[in-house]
Design a protein around this ligand. Structure first.
Ligand code: CP3
Length: 321
């Protein structure tokens, strides 16, 4: 997930070779290596492509850059009129280095380790595109979504098309599993979550079912609490990623009957390690380990994580599952 590599010294060394973060994402040599670093170190079942969700707005033609110590910045859009200059065909052309990376990874990785491609969900991408970067309250994006829904729908519809095309291109290049990150779904009220998170993600997944029927899709609408039930009942995706706020017993009773669950260790346990982390892992395995589960964190690895704690976590799961 986001920032996942930053706790690894070998990642920081590789990162220092690229000028900007996007130069890193768009260098097949560097992105290939960054993807494989965690699999070289640990006994993992899968690797996630090294890229970022913001390559989609960049590819469409929006100005996007990363500022050291600040995070991502974008030249914000404020109205549906501004969407005319965005083009999906240009996006696919501009993102060729990403697909080249996928192709090389697919050829190099052992078949028992799955290669995960990914994209941001329309709502999370829209929030960055409208806010011009990360946001505390999503004030501008929500004002547009709640205040002018017909106009906001145009942005979401464009992103449904763009995200679908980007995911299909990754599958064509060799991605074996897909994950859709709706990191800020939890900022919306329940009805708006259904309208701007669940419904657009549902449309993307339905299209992928046609174009890539053999590729499982993990959906991760973060922070939506009981809204996860809506995703499970709507049958969206092959697995649902849950954040650490969800009680694993609730996830077993309500979600796991219908779908595979992915989650949900609080990434901070990986900083703490030891007996506390072990107990937290066992609480998840006790509740969810008898059903379909992809063990994962509830969000990304934080930079302060000691790499040894990740090794401890992996061996714990290998022995306890
Ligand atoms: O985990 C991985 O390294 C796999 C690739 C990956 C990245 N970003 C690399 C990255 C993935 C899957 C993402 C997803 C992503 N990017 C999300 C969704 C997941 C989540 O965290 O909720 C979001 C919201 C983003 C947007 C984004 N990218 C932000 C807000 C930032 C800045 C973070 C900060 O604190 O500076 C990024 C940058 C980013 N993306 C980094 C990495 C490794 C750090 C950049 C660096 O190395 O300097």
């Amino acid at each position: 997930m986001r920032q996942a590599g930053r706790y690894l010294p070998e990642y920081r060394a590789l990162r220092a070779q690229a000028k900007g973060f996007f130069d890193f994402c768009f260098s097949p040599d560097l992105a290939f290596e960054a993807t494989l670093q965690p699999v070289r170190r640990y006994d993992l079942d899968a690797a996630i492509l090294f890229s970022d969700i913001l390559v989609v707005p960049y590819g469409l033609g929006q100005k996007v850059w990363f500022e050291e110590g600040v995070g991502p910045l974008l030249e914000p859009i404020a109205d549906a009129d501004e969407l005319k200059r965005f083009e999906i065909k240009r996006m696919i052309d501009r993102l060729q280095p990403v697909y080249e990376t996928v192709k090389r990874l697919k050829a190099a990785m052992p078949p028992e380790i799955s290669l995960i491609g990914f994209a941001g969900a329309p709502w999370t991408l829209a929030s960055y595109m409208v806010e011009g970067g990360s946001s505390r309250d999503y004030a501008k994006a929500k004002l547009w979504a709640y205040g002018r829904p017909e106009s906001f729908r145009k942005l979401i519809d464009l992103l449904v098309d763009a995200v679908t095309a980007h995911l299909e291109a990754q599958v064509k290049a060799g991605a074996e599993v897909l994950q859709i990150f709706d990191s800020w779904a939890g900022a919306l009220d329940h009805a708006a979550m259904r309208q701007w998170s669940l419904e657009p993600i549902g449309r993307i997944v339905a299209r992928l079912k046609q174009s890539a029927p053999d590729v499982p899709v993990i959906v991760f609408p973060r922070g939506i609490g009981p809204g996860y039930r809506d995703f499970a009942e709507a049958g969206i995706g092959h697995a649902i990623g849950i954040d650490q706020g969800i009680d694993p017993a609730w996830a077993r009773d309500v979600l796991q009957r219908k779908t595979t669950v992915q989650g949900n260790l609080d990434p901070r346990w990986l900083v703490v390690g030891g007996a506390g982390m072990r107990d937290a892992v066992l609480r998840i395995l006790d509740a969810l380990g008898a059903g379909p589960l992809v063990f994962n964190l509830g969000h990304g690895v934080v930079p302060e994580t000691p790499p040894e704690h990740v090794a401890e976590l992996v061996s714990l799961i290998r022995t306890e599952r």
